[in-house]
Ligand binder design. Structure first.
Ligand code: HEC
Ligand code: HEC
Length: 206
């Protein structure tokens, strides 16, 4: 299932052209030298990572075991569960009910229409339950993201590569329809992941 998701995004990234950013060729992955980042700088990078991870454009999909996406952020008014009773099921793609891709397909003409379903040229779906971020503290997300048991075995380089290959992330910084983009930009976010990793993945509670 995870493999399908990744290979699909890679395949689509290769054939897509036009206004949507392709995946896999937009950021440079240049980690600082081993041992060159101290804890303080690592924690400062983590604070910026948390600002991104907890932002509605990211956290709305990183929800927990009730399998419900969130609608939150200024363009949604008050924070609430996704309308129309949408439920992603354990499949996290809505296979048990209505597939997310029924509405979240890729129709370029809908990209900038307020309140249209966000359109991305890959399977729209919730993040794994282990990566639940919505409403979670900086300390909680920090510990999850450095735990191979809960982050799909990714070290900081694998996290950085995942970020570049994922079209959903490119959408989060260019969400259209009057939505607020995630803070900073993809390259800065990837740089922060590398700095945090080289610093030894510090979290405030260590
Ligand atoms: C019947 C159509 C429909 C289906 C099915 C659907 N969505 Fe949506 N979704 C929407 C619409 C419309 C919006 C935007 C609402 C707005 O901006 O007011 C939206 C917005 C979202 C958002 C908020 C994105 C953001 O941060 O701006 C998330 C997250 C989301 N959907 C996840 C899902 C997931 C996961 C599924 C499958 C389980 C799903 N949706 C199925 C129509 C749908
Ligand atoms: C449409 C829903 C959706 C949105 C929006 C979204 N993600 Fe995700 N995220 C996923 C899915 C699905 C996965 C699992 C993908 C995989 O493992 O290949 C995932 C996995 C991740 C992972 C791997 C973490 C782990 O512990 O496994 C990171 C890091 C991540 N997302 C970061 C972000 C960031 C940063 C944003 C906002 C800029 C964001 N995501 C927005 C759906 C989403």
């Amino acid at each position: 299932m995870k493999l399908t998701f990744v290979s699909l995004s890679l395949a689509l990234g290769l054939v897509l052209t036009g206004p949507v950013l392709g995946a896999g060729d937009n950021v440079e992955i240049n980690p600082p030298a081993e041992g060159s980042v101290n804890r303080e700088d690592g924690l400062a990078a983590w604070d910026r990572i948390y600002e991104v991870a907890s932002h509605p454009r990211c956290a709305n999909c990183h929800t927990g075991a009730d399998n419900r996406p969130m609608w939150s952020g200024p363009s949604y008014g008050r924070a609430r569960k996704h309308g129309m009773n949408v439920n992603a099921g354990e499949s996290r793609i809505g296979a048990e009910f209505v597939l997310c891709s029924t509405c979240h397909a890729y129709r370029e003409n809908l990209h900038d229409v307020p309140h249209a379903a966000p359109q991305v040229a890959m399977n729209w779906q919730l993040a794994p339950v282990e990566a639940e971020w919505f409403g979670k503290s900086s300390e909680y997300i920090c510990n999850q993201l450095r735990d191979p048991e809960r982050n799909d075995g990714r070290d900081y380089l694998a996290l950085a590569e995942h970020l570049d290959h994922d079209l959903i992330l490119h959408w989060a910084w260019n969400p259209g329809g009057g939505r607020e983009p995630a803070p900073y930009d993809l390259q800065s976010h990837v740089n922060d992941i590398l700095v945090w990793g080289v610093a030894g993945y510090p979290c405030v509670n260590d």
